[in-house]
Design a protein around this ligand. Structure first.
Ligand SMILES: NC(=O)c1ccc[n+]([C@@H]2O[C@H](COP(=O)([O-])OP(=O)(O)OC[C@H]3O[C@@H](n4cnc5c(N)ncnc54)[C@H](OP(=O)(O)O)[C@@H]3O)[C@@H](O)[C@H]2O)c1
Length: 266
């Protein structure tokens, strides 16, 4: 059985440790400085340590999930224990080049999941660094598939991916909140307003993913002349919903690039 080490078990890392451990297919070790905060993982069979070196030496695959500005330092700290091991960084903005410099003998993968990992609904994009063979890539995919959907992409797309699907749950949650507010405004009970808004977003995404009908076709299926939906769409278009989303993702991509430049200048 392979041992997966989660170095930096915070929000994302704890979710990864939980999912991987619950699969029953791996031994899992997780680290952070304040392990009292993740005591609940122990009940799921995750071993906890404050010692990153111990974690690295015991693991076959290491997932680094500390904040981006700490990634290079923690990798350097444990580098000598990573000989030939797969190391997956889920940090935004840190390129494979810097990860390889910090841990030259590791097999590096850069990934961008999102917070829906908490419910195994992450969209995870990943880029493979030098030195990984087919078998290594298979192991990486097997891990990501436990967490939701995963797709390999060119690393140059990673900042845009970070801005679209990495940050995406925040945009979609804003939409759900807006729809729920709208429900409250027209008199729906609170619970019903939030539940109906969220389930409608879920169902619409499922409809697209399972049929691959273009979103404009799905929209046409709901629009009737002089009907209810077109009345609503008129105001969404007037409010510039599409340009607002496009500007948001474009600005977030620019910000991801700025952060990457700043962090990788050092
Ligand atoms: N949040 C998201 O939606 C999201 C989405 C995609 C990718 N990411 C990426 O995931 C990474 C983690 O994000 P997060 O939101 O999970 O942050 P987080 O909750 O702050 O988790 C980071 C964890 O690292 C631990 N840590 C800090 N220094 C450490 C050290 N020297 N050794 C071991 N552990 C250490 C911290 O715990 P202690 O202070 O107790 O050590 C903390 O729990 C980031 O790089 C981010 O770019 C996040």
């Amino acid at each position: 059985m392979l041992t997966v080490g989660v170095l930096g078990a915070g929000q994302i890392g704890s979710a990864i440790a939980k999912i991987v451990s619950e699969s029953g297919r791996y031994r899992v070790v997780a680290s952070r400085r304040n392990i009292l905060k993740i005591r609940d993982l122990e009940a799921l069979g995750v071993e906890l340590t404050q010692d990153n070196k111990e974690l690295a030496s015991r693991s076959d695959i290491v997932i680094v999930s500390v904040k981006p500005h700490k990634v290079v330092d923690v990798l350097r700290e444990v580098s000598e224990y990573l000989d030939g091991k797969i190391v997956i960084s889920v940090a935004a903005a840190i390129p494979i080049r810097s990860l390889v410099e910090a841990a030259p003998r590791a097999k590096i993968v850069r990934a961008m999941p999102n917070i829906a990992i908490l419910v195994k609904g992450s969209f995870t994009a990943y880029s493979i660094g030098p030195g990984l063979g087919e078998e290594d890539v298979r192991k990486v995919e097997e891990l990501f598939k436990l967490m939701g959907e995963c797709i390999e992409v060119d690393e140059e797309l990673m900042d845009a991916i970070t801005a679209l699907s990495g940050s995406g749950p925040a945009y979609v949650s804003t939409l759900i909140e807006a729809m729920a507010y709208a429900g409250l405004k027209v008199g729906l009970p609170r619970e019903l307003a939030y539940y109906s808004a969220a389930y409608t977003v879920y169902g619409s995404a499922k409809l697209y993913l399972e049929t691959r009908l273009h979103p404009s076709i799905i929209k046409e299926m709901v629009l009737t002349p002089a009907g209810v939906t077109v009345e609503g769409i008129f105001y969404l278009e007037e409010g510039g919903i599409r340009t607002a989303v496009m500007k948001a993702v474009e600005a977030a991509t620019k910000r991801a690039r700025e952060i990457a430049e700043r962090l990788n200048k050092k």
